[in-house]
Every structure is written in C-alpha cells, then in structure tokens.
Design a protein around this ligand. Structure first.
Ligand code: F6P
Length: 320
C-alpha cells in the first residue's frame, strides 16, 4: 500500500482519536501517506477527504469523540453506494483503508475489500457487542462514566431511602449494565440477554431487602429493556418505596478516554497499519485471551457472543 485512508463510522466512542493518531503515526513511520475521510462512509461518498500529517493528530489522544466526525450511512448498504465508495478510494489513491466502528461498519469494509480496496476494521463501540473481541474501543471509558454516575445516584437514593432504576446504554447488549451491576453493587441487574421480565420477582426482592434493613435499592437497567420510567411507577405503586428512574444517556459516549482505552486503541491502530503493510485485507483487529490478534471479516461477523455467565451468576450472589 502507498496511501492509507481512515474513517470512523457509527456511534462515536472515547479512544477513537487515539486509534486515529496511532494509524497516522504508524503509517507515516512506514513511509506511507494518510488521508482522513470525514463523516464515515457518508463522507467517502461525498469525497470529504483531507490530508493528515503528524501534526494533524497532535493533542488528540486525550480527547473524546472523533476528530474525523462520524455518521451512519444507509446509502452504503446498497451496491451502488459500495461501487461508488471503491471508485472514490481509487480516485484519491487510497489503496488501504482503516474503518473504525461496529459490525455495520465492518460490512462496509468487507464490500470495499471485495472491490479491491485493502481494508482493516477496528472495533470501536461503547457497547462491547462485537463477537470476535473481548475489548472494544470506548467500552472502558463508558463503563467507568456509568459507574461514577450510578455512585452519585446511589448517594441520594440512600439519603432518601429510595429505589433507583438507572438505565445505561448498550443498545441490545447488556455488558455496560452487567459490569455496572457488579461495580456499583446493585441489588438487581436487568439485561436483554438474561432478564425474564418477571417484575414481580423484583418487587418481592425489594420488599425482602427492606425487611432486612436495606435503605436503598439500586436497579441497573440495560437500554435494551428500556421503560425505566414506567417501571419506576409500577415498582413504587407495588412496594410503597419511593422510586426514581435515571437514564444516563449520551454522557456515556463522551469524555476523555481512560488509560486502557488510549493504550489499547493505540495498539489496535498500529496493528491495522502493520496488517495493511503486510498485504492483508478484509481483516478485523481484535483482543482475545490477552492478545491483539486479527480475523477475517467474514469469520468475525459470523461469530456469536453472550454475557459471561460466570460474571452474571456472581453478580446475583454478591447482591444478596
Ligand atoms: O452503539 C452505541 C450507542 O451509544 C448505543 O449504546 C445506543 O443504543 C446508540 O448508540 C445510541 O445512538 P444515537 O447516538 O444515534 O442516539
């Protein structure tokens, strides 16, 4: 490869800037040129492409968001969009492309690879819902933000002897919810993967815990379950315990990345360039069993993943 393009796609995640910086600096160290494609695949189709040098990525490793902006691009799901994307890459001399995003973004990378553009995907999402990897860029920062927010809600919940339902992000995945459930010592964790929608069980749990002297009741609710406000009303009516719902929302997507997100995102960015320099294409960088590895995109997209059953069972025991 001679010129590497880089884009961020889908929801942003803290640590994406660290990955961009690593791609740019590693590519330059290998004598390559680098082009930044702004606003994901949308920007590729609109040729919103800028030259990147070592200075373009200085002072960004500590910043949340993505300096390249991001978008979700319905047009890139079509054959016409994908053909045009490959054409734009060729027009701008981009023969290697790093795509930072989730499974949807990897589908786009796969289509470009099929059209002769060497592509490597980096897992960037706060949701941790990419099957081939135990780590995704942004999860660590997001889960720490959620944990700190829940600690704060817990203070006021205890003072007022209330039940608090705190809804965390994750789309249909319950990783942020489960990790917070453990880290915040929640009395209940509801995830799409495990919750049986038995609200009566939660109500009985609250009543039991009150009897043994618990002053608060923290329920971490995954976004995929939703209905936190409705649930709060029903729980208050059934238990007599004042209940409040808090949806943490997009605060979880922003902020300065943690050390882990900066270091792992940097390692993944550097690895993506190494793969392209070795002639690799249609690959995804992953972190598996304590090592940075890479998989064929088709193989990665076919993998399945579930919440860690041990952690889930443990969280239930610890909340007694
Ligand atoms: O995928 C990241 C994520 O923050 C999910 O947790 C959430 O469901 C979704 O994106 C929110 O998307 P938007 O920013 O478009 O509202």
């Amino acid at each position: 490869v001679k010129t590497i393009g880089i884009l961020t796609s889908g929801g942003d995640a803290p640590g994406m800037n660290a990955a961009i910086r690593a791609v740019v600096r590693t590519a330059l160290a290998n004598g390559l040129e680098v082009k930044g494609i702004r606003r994901g695949f949308t920007g590729l189709l609109e040729e919103d492409i800028i030259d990147l040098n070592a200075n373009s990525v200085s002072d960004i490793i500590q910043r949340g968001g993505t300096i390249l902006y991001t978008a979700r691009c319905p047009e890139f799901v079509t054959k016409e969009g994908q053909d045009k994307g490959a054409e734009v890459c060729r027009k701008h001399g981009i023969d290697g492309l790093v795509v930072i995003g989730g499974d949807g973004s990897f589908q786009g990378a796969k289509q470009l690879a099929a059209r002769g553009i060497n592509t490597v995907g980096l897992p960037g999402t706060i949701d941790l819902d990419i099957a081939c990897t135990d780590y995704t860029i942004g999860f660590d920062t997001a889960v720490n933000t959620a944990m700190e927010s829940i600690d704060k809600v817990r203070d006021t919940s205890t003072s007022h002897e209330r039940c608090s339902i705190i809804e965390v992000m994750g789309r249909n995945a319950g990783y942020i919810a489960l990790w917070c459930g453990i880290a915040n010592g929640a009395e209940d964790v509801l995830t799409t993967e495990r919750y049986d929608h038995d609200e009566q069980r939660i109500i009985s749990n609250i009543i039991e815990k009150r009897k043994i002297g618990k002053k608060h009741h923290i329920i971490v609710n995954a976004e995929g379950i939703g209905d936190s406000y409705g649930m709060a009303k029903r729980i208050e009516a059934a238990t007599g315990m004042e209940t409040r719902a808090t949806i943490i929302g997009h605060i979880q997507r922003g902020g300065s990345p943690t050390c882990k997100d900066r270091v792992y995102a940097s390692a993944m960015g550097a690895k993506a360039v190494d793969i392209l320099c070795r002639g690799g294409s249609n690959r995804v960088v992953a972190y598996k069993h304590g090592e940075f590895v890479d998989f064929d995109i088709n193989e990665a997209l076919a993998m399945k993943k579930d919440l860690d059953e041990y952690l889930f069972q443990m969280s239930k025991k610890l909340s007694r």
